[in-house]
Every structure is written in C-alpha cells, then in structure tokens.
Design a protein around this ligand. Structure first.
Ligand code: LLP
Length: 414
C-alpha cells in the first residue's frame, strides 16, 4: 500500500499513527491517504500527457464524497452506474458534462435524470436500452448522447466474477451486431452517436487483453467511419490491476502504452474508466482484535471488522495483506482472521502468521477499492467510519453509522 510507513515500530498513514486514529475514530474504520489518491491520479495524467484524454473515475470502486471531490478538482470525469452515483458526483462538485453512464439495467427514471442533467454519454448495453433512451429523449425533446458498449469477446484472464468482456457475460452488445445498431442510431432524430465503449474486466495484470479488445474496437470505429459515422470518443474502460500480495501489477505508463500506441494519430478523444487502480492502494481497513481463540485444528483471531465491512475475501476468496499496527513480542502463530458475523464465510484472511494479542490493532491493506462501497448492515452491524488522512491532519469523511441509523427507515405495522 502507498503512503504507509513504519515509524518507531508503529504503522503510519502519511504522518499519522494508526493507534491515534483508532483512539479518535474507533474501529473498524477505513483510512485513506490523500497523497496516495493524488499520486494515483497523477500517474494516469502523466501517462496520458499530450493526448486528448479524459479519466472517468469508476465511482463504484469508492464513492465517498471526499474522494469524488478530490478527483473532480483534479479534473476527472466519472463513470457511473446508477442515479445514486450520479447524485454523489454532483454533490461532490463533479461536472455532469464529464459523466459516462454504464450498466445493463438503466431505469427510465435514471435515463431521464441523466439526460436532463446533461451527462456526456450513455454507454448503451443493449438494443432495448437504446430504444428506451431514444423514446425518453423524444419525450423530452432532446438528443441523447450515446456510445455502444461493445462486448469484444476477449478473455481478460481474471476472476470469473469480474470478467465482463466475454461473449457469455451479460455486458455490452456483441461486437458483430454493433455496426447495424450504430447505423440505426445514427439516423435517429433523438440520438447523437458520440462514441464507442468497451470494458472487459477488472484486476487485469497485463495489458494484452485490453490491447486485443482495443484492436477490435478500433476496427469497428473504422468501419463506422466508412459508413459515415464519425465518433468523438473512444472509451477503453478501466480494469488495471493492483498489487494485493506480490502481483507484478502494472502502472498506467506500462498498462496504457499499447493502447496509446494503437490509437496514436487518431482524432477521437480517449476515455478511460479506472476504479481500483486509483483508490485500492490508497486505503486500509483498521480493525481491533477482540479475542484470540486456540482451536484444535486452527487458531482464530476474532476481529471487530467482518465480511459486512470488507466482502472481497468472502465473495471472491480475495487476498488482502493483514499486518499488525505495532510490533510486539508475542509468539507468531498462524491465525484465521475472522469477524463477528454468523457465517463460516466471514473471514478476512486465512492462515496468517501474526504475533498478536487481544486488543491489538490490525491493518487490512489495499482496501480502498470495493471495500466500503460493497459493505452492508448484515447482522445489524453499523457501517464503519471513513477517515481521510492529509499529511498530519485526519478528516472524518463519513461518520460511523449509529444503531438508530440501522432502522431509521423502518416502521412497525399497527
Ligand atoms: N467501467 C465499468 C463499466 C466497470 O464495470 C468497472 C468495474 C470499471 C469501469 C472499473 O474497473 P476497475 O478499474 O476498478 O477494475 N467488486 C469487484 C470488482 C468489480 C468491478 C466491476 N466493474 C472486486 O472487488 O474486485
């Protein structure tokens, strides 16, 4: 993780000691580094320097307003998948004119709202959706900006749950059907064909599948040009992977290189939709050991964070590094790191060799992406607090949910 260091045996995020943050804000608590967020964005900007390109941060990775507003101020646009995400972007000071709207199930309300607010583009995922957008635009006497999200049938070589660009995935329009749909769209009074979009999956560690998909997308763009359909935007999606353990993760300069080479000299503006690589290694989940439990087969460290706070291990068997916040003299033993939720799948790490005692703090690393956004209230557990560290300052950017928050929208029947 970035901007994490050990000072006098104590783990710090930027200049702040994690025990201090735990005292102030309690645990479990997500902690983000502003410097790490800024550096991740700068990496993309440097890689894209001199090119007409827009980074549309994928809000689903981490939708905290503080993070959105930081990225908005750095000039980013946003990739959204719901009206909730659009509302967050606007509340954070983001520009609707830099928003792309992805997702296979956009409701009529969502389309109406996004169109009225003037988003940059709908990334359309089916013919039926295109028809719905056209009808809504007609009713509003508008012209809806659209791109077709094509499914290039490329294997992204990642976890099957986060592969999106294979023919058997629900995402996008099969690339060999797209040309005919473009022709129809280009003749509509109420659609403005803006571009083409493609996103093949997440946590991609090498650029080759993305480059293969881009080649197919560019070939289609050229066919469309010969049909008289000129595109303004080429949206090549997100997906760049990060290091969780010892992966040889790319940086934007290497990951984007083949994509930039393939598009050199083209007139369209490039759009990218990174999520994980902008926030994943800028955040951790701080948790406290409640109990150590020696079993006959395994040792358990029961911590106060659980699968409802960080679902990735339970859902994908994902690995997150887990480290003690302070050095200790206890004997290191292999522990199952588990939470209080009543599910055997409630684990955060398996067989982690740690020298810990009850009451110790642990940091679950690389938790900035798809951590808080995938959290839930399962077992009626209030959601964790979120804190953004900026140098020597800590800002509470989301207060811990209260018990009353849990059932605030509920009522009994008479
Ligand atoms: N654009 C679209 C259309 C997407 O569906 C996604 C992610 C992104 C961009 C951003 O991809 P990224 O750069 O973050 O890889 N919950 C899973 C990841 C799901 C990704 C869904 N789509 C996880 O925790 O690994």
């Amino acid at each position: 993780m970035n901007h994490l260091s050990v000072v006098d045996g104590i783990l710090h995020v930027e200049q702040l000691a994690l025990p201090e943050l735990a005292r102030t804000f309690g645990t479990p608590c997500y902690v983000y580094s502003r410097a790490a967020l800024g550096a991740a964005m700068q990496g993309y900007k440097d890689a894209l320097a001199g090119r007409d390109a827009l980074i549309c941060y994928a809000v689903k990775a981490n939708s905290n307003l503080a993070i959105l507003s930081l990225f908005a101020r750095l000039g980013a646009g946003f990739d959204i998948v719901s009206r909730g995400e659009l509302a967050r972007v606007l509340a954070a000071g983001g520009d609707a004119g830099k928003v792309v709207f992805s997702g296979v199930g956009k409701s009529a309300t969502e389309i109406r709202e996004a169109l009225s607010l003037g988003i940059m583009c709908f990334n359309v995922e089916s013919e039926a959706e295109l028809e719905r957008i056209e009808n809504i635009a007609a009713a509003l006497k508008k012209r809806a900006p659209v791109a077709l999200r094509v499914n290039p049938d490329v294997d992204p070589r990642t976890h099957p749950y986060i592969s999106t660009g294979l023919r058997n995935n629900k995402f996008g329009i099969a690339i060999d059907q797209a040309r005919a749909i473009y022709r129809r769209a280009s003749q509509s009074q109420h659609l403005a064909v803006r571009g083409i979009a493609c996103h093949i999956g997440s946590q991609l560690l090498d650029a080759e599948p993305a480059a293969e998909a881009a080649a197919k997308v560019l070939a289609l763009a050229d066919q469309l040009a010969s049909d008289g359909i000129a595109l303004q935007n080429l949206d090549l999606g997100g997906g760049m992977g990060i290091r969780y353990l010892d992966e040889d993760a790319p940086v934007p300069a290497t990951y984007l290189a083949p994509l930039l080479a393939a598009t050199a000299g083209r007139s369209e503006r490039l759009v990218f939709e990174p999520g994980r690589s902008l926030v994943g290694n800028a955040g951790l989940l701080l948790t406290r050991v409640e109990y150590l439990k020696r079993g006959t087969e395994k040792n358990f460290a029961v911590v106060d964070a659980a699968m409802n706070d960080l679902m990735r291990p339970a859902l994908y068997d994902a690995y997150h590094d887990i480290v003690p916040v302070a050095a200790s003299r206890h004997t290191a033993l292999p522990y199952e790191i588990v939470g209080p939720v009543c599910e055997s799948g409630d684990f955060l790490g398996h067989a982690r060799k740690l020298a810990i005692a009850a009451g110790d703090l642990l940091a679950i690393l690389s938790a900035g992406a798809y951590g808080m956004t995938m959290s839930s209230n399962y077992n009626s557990r209030p959601r964790a607090a979120e804190v953004l560290v900026d140098g020597a300052a800590a800002h509470l950017v989301r207060r811990r949910e209260s018990i009353a928050d849990l059932y605030a929208g509920e009522s009994s029947v008479p």
